[in-house]
Write a protein that binds this ligand. Structure first.
Ligand code: PNS
Length: 163
């Protein structure tokens, strides 16, 4: 059984992430979408809120699981008996950071492989940060995130006026 972990902050999940999840789920027996802490980012959604949104939008893919973890990614993989990390690459700008993370993870656990997938061209410009930025100023985000995610973002900003 090939279990792959697709980690990220998913704050919130976008169509770009969903594209990787659904394609990954065709390659691996099981894909675990893992919400992990990124020390470089201050999140908009709590981990629980992010997990709930991911569960709702991946519910139709039977071999996908969703879980949160606080700690090192490689420790999570070891705990789940997985040795594959899935990462989406949007453009060369992602490469340097992803290369650094893949190299550190390989150094820490040499049997764990990072498996890169090119994001579908139509999502290559997309990021959770961009979506939040557009939504914050009332721009249209329906092409970027599923309706349930759009609703959750709108509610966040309505409750955080002045942000
Ligand atoms: O979606 P992101 O924010 O680009 O994902 C980055 C993430 C969460 C996968 C990365 O920050 C991570 O793996 N965090 C867990 C802590 C860890 O293992 N750090 C060492 C490897 S960089």
């Amino acid at each position: 059984m090939r279990i792959a972990v697709y980690p990220g902050s998913f704050d919130p999940i976008t169509y770009g992430h969903l594209d990787i999840v659904s394609r990954g789920a065709k390659i691996f027996d099981r894909v675990i979408v893992a919400v992990l802490h990124n020390s470089k980012k201050q999140p908009l959604f709590t981990v629980e809120e992010r997990l709930e949104l991911i569960r709702q939008v991946t519910g139709d893919i039977p071999n996908v699981e969703v879980e949160g973890y606080d700690g090192l990614l490689i420790h999570y993989l070891q705990q789940r008996q997985s040795n594959v990390i899935i990462k989406g690459l949007r453009a060369v700008t992602d490469f340097e950071y992803e290369m650094q993370m893949a190299s550190i993870n390989r150094k820490l656990a040499e049997d764990i492989e990072t498996f890169f997938m090119m994001t579908n061209n139509q999502y290559s410009f997309l990021s959770s940060s961009i979506v939040k930025e557009v939504a914050r100023y009332d721009g249209q985000i329906s092409d970027f995130v599923p309706p349930v995610v759009e609703k959750a973002i709108r509610e966040k900003f309505a409750g955080n006026q002045g942000k």
